[in-house]
Design a protein around this ligand. Structure first.
Ligand SMILES: Cc1ncc(COP(=O)(O)O)c(C=O)c1O
Ligand SMILES: Nc1c(O)cccc1C(=O)C[C@H](N)C(=O)O
Length: 463
């Protein structure tokens, strides 16, 4: 469930003008280009010690140009919105509306049914899957886009248990009921995003396994020869902690278990390198750092070596070897197509395809470098602007242990989130006491994070 308090009117600039003595004098100035210099000068005059540095970093940022590919407010416009919620819903890439108009008016409106072949709708899940794959380190042919992350978790966990059992001949193919002389346990990280935990529990019942929740850091040591698989969140949605994908995957393999990773909070934010680390199965959403839009289709990665034995619990006609044979008996297609189920949501899928154009010429490595730098700079600004002891940082300081968000714990976090919104700073609140600041390097600038830290300081100084 989302926690996005929304107050009316949500006109950040108007509220900022009445935000108290520390508010910049130019708060009601129109959003014009010279606002950059004005805002920086005003910010410095009002004690914003890091404002000038933020402006300098933005000028020197090699990724500064990609911001124009998105619909976001100007970084230095004090009336504009600072959007630090791309870890929930990524901003709109500029090319998407025109592409959607074309899809709706021409492909659907005029070409109609022929679009399945002529406009390549039928093969969109694999085609777009390859583009997502390139961003998570998967060679072509292993990622298919479709359904929600929740649904793909079910596919991955049930099929993963079948893979783990089948590898040893411990169970007759197709029999899921009851432990079959071995692999009868599924591990899930104890702080998992809820949907993964709910679905893993159901998948455990479907496969006759027991579900055991352990800290993600302990999965490597808790896995035993009874473990069929572990479902692990690559980045913790609440704290922003990055879990050890290479080490945990290797430890699971050492006991013959399958590694299933949820990449919702890492895909598009940091290098994942699925193939390089020998991951078995992975799932993730595309509406966060991949900016695919609300409810954009998710994806499923099935490592090529597992595809011939990938036995989906949701075998639909779209994953049939010959869908239009309309055969009574199911025969799975080869490759990643095996992960499909029913008719794909073409409008959302093609919006995602267009959104991925925003990655043109950008490496995930460069995004990661800026993400870490943005978070470091944000924490420096928080330390300078926020009263001592008012917040506690939940996100690990070590770069190797964090994703692309900073989570701060503070009293009255829901109220603080509303007050930040009133100052034009959009973040997430997770009950009971967590503020999440998400950084999307393709469009988040240093002035954004400086302004967010300043606003947080204002709010907590007034508390
Ligand atoms: C880690 C994680 N997994 C799964 C989900 C849920 O995916 P969906 O609601 O798209 O099925 C989310 C966010 O909503 C998430 O953060
Ligand atoms: N998927 C969401 C939605 O449909 C509405 C609001 C928020 C979301 C989210 O993605 C929440 C997100 N997974 C989280 O990390 O909390």
């Amino acid at each position: 469930m989302s926690e996005h308090p929304r107050t009316e009117p949500a006109t950040p600039g108007a509220t900022l003008a009445t935000a108290g003595a520390a508010a910049p004098a130019t708060a009601t100035a129109p959003a014009t280009a010279p606002a950059t210099a004005t805002a920086t000068a005003t910010a410095t005059a009002t004690g914003r010690a890091h404002a000038a540095e933020a402006a300098r970093r933005d000028r020197e940022d090699p990724l500064a140009g990609t911001r124009e590919r998105f619909v976001v407010d100007a970084a230095d416009d004090p009336n504009g919105t600072v959007y630090l919620d791309g870890n929930s819903l990524g901003a709109l890439p500029r090319g998407v509306p025109a592409r959607m108009a074309d899809v709706i008016e021409r492909e659907w409106g005029r070409d109609r049914i022929n679009s399945w072949s002529d406009n390549h709708w039928w093969t969109a899940p694999e085609r777009i899957g390859d583009r997502v794959g390139a961003l998570v380190g998967a060679a072509p042919g292993q990622v298919v886009v479709g359904d929600s992350t929740s649904v793909n978790v079910l596919k991955a966990v049930v099929a993963g248990v079948r893979l783990a059992r089948g590898a040893e001949g411990a169970e007759p193919a197709g029999a899921d009921a009851g432990p079959a002389g071995g692999r009868d346990e599924i591990l899930v990280d104890v702080s998992t995003f809820p949907t993964d935990g709910y679905i893993a529990e159901s998948a455990a019942r479907l496969t006759g396994c027991a579900l055991r929740a352990v800290p993600a850091e302990a999965i490597a040591t808790e896995a035993t020869p009874r473990t069929a698989l572990a479902l692990v969140n690559h980045v913790d949605y609440r704290t922003g902690r990055l879990h050890d994908l290479p080490g945990t995957t290797a430890a699971l393999h050492a006991v013959g278990a399958v590694a299933v990773w949820d990449l919702c909070h890492s895909a598009g934010a940091l290098p994942v390198d699925l193939d390089a680390h020998g991951v078995d199965l992975a799932v993730g959403c595309t509406y966060k750092y991949l900016n695919g839009g609300p409810g954009a289709p998710a994806y499923l990665y099935v490592a090529a070596r597992h595809q011939p034995r990938f036995d989906s619990p949701l075998p639909g006609w779209n994953s049939h070897a010959d869908p239009f044979a309309m055969a009574g008996a199911y025969a799975p297609a080869d490759g990643a197509v095996r992960g499909r189920v029913g008719t794909p949501d073409i409008l959302s899928m093609l919006a995602l395809e267009s959104a991925l154009d925003a990655w043109q010429g950008v490496s995930v490595e460069s995004v990661r470098a800026k993400s870490l730098d943005l978070a470091d700079f944000f924490l420096t600004c928080v330390a300078a602007y926020v009263p001592a002891g008012a917040v506690e940082t939940l996100t690990p300081a070590a770069h190797a242990e964090r994703g692309s968000q900073v989570a701060l714990r503070c009293a009255d976090a829901g109220e603080v989130t509303e007050r930040l919104l009133a100052r034009g700073v959009v973040i997430d609140y997770r009950r009971p006491d967590v503020l999440r600041f998400g950084f999307t390097p393709l469009y988040t600038g240093y002035a954004d994070v400086e302004r967010a830290a300043w606003a947080l300081g204002e709010v907590l100084s007034a508390a």
